[in-house]
Design a protein around this ligand. Structure first.
Ligand code: ADP
Ligand code: GLC
Length: 484
């Protein structure tokens, strides 16, 4: 059986700030169906160590980047996948967000924290291990794992296959050139054909330069990031490596996101009992203090509040939404200006808008079930998972046509409606005018219950499970297997 080590900084339910955590939990599980033995390596944040079932020490780690030492723990995630955690209190025993200090800025030693992650991953292949598990493939996710392929390139000895997956190219992990020796990178790596990036050290750049194969999380995003508007400076490197770059769509773990079995809902339902969704809407309206009207179209946003998610576009479109009798619920956290803007709206329209600032997994489920429309007005979206969850919950997604949103939502144009293939609403231009226009289209259709119901049923039966994508990853690993 092929052995793959996932190198990632998040994994649901232990540590999650976004979709990477959902993917890090669900994809390894799906890969076990394809005869791949996947294990996960995570930084030992307190919640990770506490959550590892049956954990035991398998190795001591010394002489790490920054001169640190620690221990490698091994245990199981709740879904049965085997996981390793780097126990190193000085770097990882910190409360709260995995990347940010309590004041909201990045931890000052993030370069060391995530260099250690990459180093320990690379070392898995070399170290004589008491637990006899040597990966054939190291699969890194996002900039936090970016130095892993660089360390593999410089360490000599056994050479595993390496894969880097870009979940979001906007986060690149860029650090001062002075950190080179603390990171234990050789001086010769500091060049354009290496880790150097705009005069500093780029973790994601390094990963994309040294890894054997690159993937990202949708076919459209794979194309977009090879162009200047979306590549955030890495478009040249990616265009150069286009033959080694694949876009593989994320999937959904329907064991967790399924309205027919979701324990968070007041009323469970499937495509044949969409009527039962109404009780969830009533409960959501009550929870947010909104007018209890089934006939008011209820729009929702569940999102990190950052510029690229387009919440600012939504702010400007809201008066038009309320003027047409629409309602809004928001669950999100992030940019303080966006949080304040949304709270202001909720204060001004208390019967029509409810805003919860914070992170709340159970509420995210209740919103998916209770809303009529889920909005994802992103300027860029590598894949996006919330629109996939929404489809399954019969909550029609309203998205900007970009990245994975473009690959997963079929706009309710007259032709698509006639054809029966529509599943939501999409707009092109990243402007509030375009968003407003699309909100209006959605409201018009909402007032035709028969047609709306047909769209819901179609959306709910689309299959965005992991099977096909896990197969694509398994084939990719096969191509890279050492000794192939
Ligand atoms: P991204 O990873 O860019 O944030 P995705 O759509 O891929 O976007 O994944 C977002 C994930 O995070 C989903 O599981 C979504 O439900 C969840 N999420 C986002 N914001 C919140 C929040 N404030 N509370 C609970 N869950 C949230
Ligand atoms: C990132 C992206 C999101 C994607 C997720 C999982 O956070 O922003 O679009 O769905 O990773 O791949």
């Amino acid at each position: 059986m092929m052995r793959v080590l996932f190198v990632t900084s998040e994994c649901f339910p232990l540590v999650k700030t976004g979709g990477l955590a959902d993917v890090s939990a669900a994809l390894p599980l799906a890969l076990t169906q394809h005869s791949v033995d996947v294990r996960i390596l995570l930084p030992g944040y307190p919640a990770v160590i506490d959550g590892l079932e049956g954990r035991r020490v398998v190795r001591t780690l010394s002489d790490l980047p920054g001169g640190f030492s620690g221990r490698l723990l091994m245990g199981r995630l709740a879904n049965g996948v085997t996981a390793y955690a780097i126990e190193l209190a000085e770097l990882f025993d910190r409360p709260g967000n995995p990347y940010l200090a309590p004041g909201g800025g990045d931890w000052a030693d993030n370069h060391l924290r995530f260099a250690v992650l990459g180093w320990v991953a690379a070392d898995f292949v070399q170290a004589p291990s008491s637990h006899h598990w040597r990966p054939d493939i190291l699969h890194g996710h996002d900039w936090q794992a970016g130095l892993m392929p660089a360390y593999v390139a410089f360490q000599g000895g056994r050479r595993p296959g390496t894969v880097m997956t870009i979940h979001n190219i906007a986060y690149q992990g860029q650090f001062s050139p002075d950190t080179l020796s603390a990171l234990r990178l050789p001086a010769r790596s500091f060049q354009v054909e290496g880790v150097e990036y705009y005069g500093g050290i780029g973790f994601l750049k390094a990963g994309l330069y040294y890894a054997d194969r690159l993937t990202t999380v949708s076919p459209t995003y794979a194309r977009e990031i090879q162009s200047a508007g979306y590549g955030c400076g890495l478009e040249g490197l990616l265009a150069h490596r286009t033959d080694q770059l694949d876009g593989i769509l994320n999937g959904v773990d329907y064991g967790i996101w399924n309205p027919a079995s979701d324990p968070h809902l007041v009323s469970r339902y499937g495509p044949d009992q969409v009527e039962a969704k109404a009780a969830n809407k009533a409960a959501l309206q009550a929870e947010f203090g909104l007018e209890p009207k089934q006939e008011a179209p209820l729009f929702a946003l569940v999102s990190r509040l950052t510029w690229h998610k387009g919440a600012d576009l939504l702010l400007e479109a809201l008066p038009a939404l309320f003027a047409r009798g629409g309602q809004l619920v928001v669950l999100g956290t992030g940019d303080k200006n966006l949080e304040a803007g949304l709270l202001r709206i909720a204060g001004r329209y208390p019967q029509a808008a409810g805003v919860h600032i914070g992170y709340d997994e159970a509420l995210a489920h209740r919103i998916q079930a209770g809303a009529d429309v889920l909005m994802v007005p992103s300027r860029a979206e590598p894949c996006g998972l919330t629109q996939l969850y929404a489809l399954r919950y019969g909550t029609l997604p309203l998205v900007r046509r970009t990245g994975g949103l473009e690959d997963t939502v079929i706009d309710a144009t007259p032709a698509a409606l006639a054809d029966g293939c529509a599943t939501g609403f999409a707009f092109d231009e990243p402007s509030s005018a375009a968003l407003t226009w699309t909100l209006r289209r959605a409201i018009d259709l909402f007032h035709h219950p028969e047609r709306w119901r047909r769209l819901q049923r179609h959306a709910m039966t689309r299959d965005f499970g992991w099977a096909a994508s896990a197969q694509a990853y398994a084939e990719l690993y096969q191509k890279l297997r050492p000794g192939r």
